[in-house]
Structures are given as C-alpha cells and as structure tokens.
Ligand binder design. Structure first.
Ligand code: ADP
Ligand code: MG
Length: 312
C-alpha cells in the first residue's frame, strides 16, 4: 500500500503542466459559451475536448490562443513562467481552415511561413515527411485534396517544433481515408513527445486518438480524465454511513464489488460487474445499514455520452 502511494507521488512530481485553465467563462450576450471551465494539460498526453456542436470547444481554444477575449477566469501557459505572448511561440495551432497560396507549392508555402516565424528552411523536409507529403512537396497547393491541405497545415504548425499542437476538428469534412491518415499522423506526432489538444464532436475520434478527455456541453464540463477509465469500467459507488467499518465489511462480501478505497471519509466501491444503486441500497439496508450518501458515478457518465453521441 505505502509503495503504491510512493509511486503515485513520484509520477505526479514528474508531471509538467503545459496549460492550466481555471474557472474560464465566456458570454456572447445571452449565450453562455464557456461556463466555469477548469482543466489542466500535462506534458506528453493527448487531450480531446469532446462535445456536440455549439458546446464551446472552439471558443475555449480561441481564448487560450488569445484570439477570443474571455469574460472571466484564468488560464496560464507553462506554469505561468512565460507571458502569453512568449508562451504562444511554443504552441502550434490550427483553428481555422488552412489558408495557403494556391499557385505556390507546398515547399514554397512553408518557406514563407519559415520566414514569418523565423525558422530555418531545414525544418521543411522533416515536417513534410511527418505528414506524408514529402513526395508531393513540389505540387501546387491548389492540386491538393482537402486531406492533403489539412496535413500541410499540420506540417506548418509543426515548423517551430512546438511543445503542444492544438487542432480544432482536425478531420471535419474529410473522407474516411483522409480521416484515417490525419488520425495516424496525430498519433505519431504524440508518440514523438509533442503534447496534443484537439477539439472534436466525435466520440470515436477521441477514443481512437486521445489519452485524456474533457467532455463539455453548453460550455459546462461534464467529465475530465483518462479516456480508458471513462470507457472501461462498470463504474463505482460513493457511499457513506454512520458505521463505515460495517459498511466496508458488507461491501467486501458482495460479489459485484471489487476494490474498495476510502477518500475523505467516503467509501469508493468499484464494481466488478453491473449493479444498480437501488440494488446495493436494498442489500445494505437488509443488512442493517442505512446510507447517508450514495452516488453511482459511471452510468451517468455513460448516459452523458449517449446524449452526446445522439446529438451529433
Ligand atoms: P463548438 O466549437 O463546440 O461547436 P463554439 O465555441 O463555436 O462551439 O460556440 C459556442 C457557443 O457560442 C454557440 O452557442 C455559438 O453559437 C456561440 N458563439 C460562438 N462564437 C460566437 C460569436 N462570435 N458571437 C456570438 N456567439 C458565438
Ligand atoms: Mg467548433
């Protein structure tokens, strides 16, 4: 037990915060686009902001990139060590449709961006290879498919070797092959150590590409955490009773309850198989325990997900 705690602490120490968002709020007149949103982005992970259209994803990205003014709240890049202006030099972002010169080649377009960003031309070959456009490097931009245009935009966002790559709906409008290619490239970029934040309304995109997810709806955060923890388990109960010891013993005797932890006086009972709140409540009541607190966490999340996917 103590060893486990030690390992967890060690991991936490090695985490490096790329972006921290606290109580961010944005109102457009009566529209509450972003509602008290808080989450952190740690180095090396792939984050998805998941929510149906109009849920505030693009607004959130716009705020952290300084192109949309927040109404209130805070965000800070790289532990607040840099000004936002300096920090954004270490960020690569694509939040609009890629815009390049149609009669210039991929290489010529990227050379122009190198000049603007003050980056050496040497980077161009490397980045074109990452997005599988090196063979087509001397083709004019106007001859590119939508997927190739999007990949060129990714190459251009990578030119200055950013710490984090930000993408808004990176596969929108692409055919299945184009979608697959973009997702593969995002995964490869992540494997090479670049942190990624992408916004998507597609649950399956986030499941396939992301390690972490922030689910939002109407600007409100519904869930944030690891993608696998969100989808893999049967959920857990939070329980409290006057006699916590007896409660724990009874839970341990139940075949559907797996591991049990205690957090701030609340027992967290993980489910090893499906069990409803009313079933566990009846079981405990029949055995002389009346609960002062009972919440089942997972199914409501799944319900939120069903709502999200139904809303696409
Ligand atoms: P998403 O990217 O998740 O689809 P948005 O951030 O684009 O959501 O929009 C969130 C809400 O804010 C929506 O209701 C949208 O209509 C509204 N909104 C976005 N941009 C503006 C704007 N410039 N002026 C007024 N309302 C806006
Ligand atoms: Mg959007």
């Amino acid at each position: 037990m103590s060893r486990q705690i030690h390992i967890i602490n060690k991991n936490q120490k090695s985490l490096e915060t790329i972006l921290s968002i606290q109580n961010l709020d944005k109102k457009y007149g009566k529209v509450h686009a972003v509602n008290n949103l808080s989450f952190d982005i740690q180095k090396g992970n792939v984050y998805g902001i998941l929510g149906p259209n109009g849920s505030g994803k693009s607004t959130t990205l716009g705020i952290i990139l300084n192109v949309v003014n927040k109404t209130s709240g805070n965000f800070s890049w790289f532990d607040g060590k840099l000004s936002t202006h300096e920090a954004l030099k270490k960020v690569g972002a694509i939040i609009e449709r890629p815009n390049f010169y149609p009669y210039m080649t991929a290489v010529q377009n990227l050379q122009l961006i190198c000049k603007i960003k003050g980056v050496s031309y040497d980077k161009i070959e490397e980045k074109l290879k990452i997005v599988n456009l090196y063979e087509r490097r001397n083709s004019k931009f106007r001859t590119y498919s939508l997927g190739m245009k999007q990949r060129l935009a990714i190459a251009s966002a990578l030119l200055n070797d950013p710490e984090i790559l930000i993408l808004d709906e990176p596969t929108n409008g692409l055919d299945p092959q184009g979608i697959h290619e973009i997702r593969q490239i995002i995964k490869e970029i992540a494997q090479n150590g670049t942190t990624i934040l992408l916004a998507s309304h597609l649950l399956d995109e986030v499941e396939k590409v992301c390690s972490h997810v922030v689910v939002i709806r109407n600007g409100v955060k519904l869930y944030s955490g690891r993608v696998d923890e969100m989808t893999a388990s049967n959920g857990f109960f939070e329980l409290q009773a006057d006699d916590q010891n007896k409660l724990k013993q009874l839970l341990e005797s139940h075949s559907s309850i797996g591991t049990i932890n205690s957090e701030n006086g609340v027992l967290i009972a993980n489910l090893s198989s499906e069990l409803s709140a009313s079933e566990i409540n009846k079981f405990l009541f029949d055995n002389g325990i009346s609960l002062s607190h009972l919440v089942k966490r997972k199914p409501s999340l799944e319900q939120q997900f069903l709502d999200l996917t139904n809303n696409q």
